[in-house]
Design a protein around this ligand. Structure first.
Ligand code: HEC
Length: 152
């Protein structure tokens, strides 16, 4: 009887791990370390700040005369969960994959597509790595403070 339970358990585990191996899975994805400062310069060079403000970084948010600010989608700041490389890379090279639901007051999509500019033909892989390093540095992980209720 015990053997049967073990067999069922092992089969279920094998089935579950097999499901995980999708050819499009992000398993094995890893980026080399980028340069945060270069990333910041590139953020301005690519005019990401036409549409984004970076919380707490005034030198990036300064709008020069003649620049047109299209929208002010905020990036960075306090977060309760780690913002991963995978999420940031996807946000930059495939923005419509998952439209952020954080900006309900800004019309961030049109017909299900992100209003973010497409940079895939303009950016080198190094630019992408530096931008991701810069962006990740802007998020501050804040532990969730739980509310404890008295027993009643
Ligand atoms: C024309 C406007 C525009 C430009 C330019 C732009 N973005 Fe965006 N970006 C958006 C919008 C709108 C969103 C929110 C919708 C979405 O998730 O795609 C967004 C979302 C993002 C997100 C995800 C934020 C989140 O909370 O999930 C990242 C990261 C990002 N942009 C980085 C960049 C970088 C880096 C550049 C420059 C290389 C850039 N953006 C240029 C409009 C823009």
């Amino acid at each position: 009887m015990k053997k049967n339970i073990l067999f069922v358990f092992v089969s279920v585990m094998l089935f579950l791990t097999a499901c995980d191996v999708d050819p499009k899975s992000s398993r094995g994805f890893s980026l080399p370390d980028g340069d945060v400062l270069k990333g910041q310069q590139k953020f301005v060079k690519f005019r990401c700040n036409d549409c984004h403000i970076v919380r707490g970084l005034d030198e990036v948010n300064e709008v020069k005369e003649g620049d047109d600010l299209i929208m002010t989608v905020p990036l960075g700041g306090k977060t309760t969960r780690i913002v991963t490389y995978g999420e940031l890379v996807t946000s930059i090279i495939n923005p419509s994959h998952k439209i952020s639901q954080r900006y309900l007051s800004t019309p961030v999509e049109e017909y299900g597509r992100s209003r973010m500019r497409n940079y895939n033909e303009l950016m080198t892989v190094e630019d992408l790595i530096d931008l991701v390093a810069f962006l990740q540095d802007q998020y501050e992980l804040e532990p969730v403070s739980r509310t404890y209720y008295a027993v009643y």
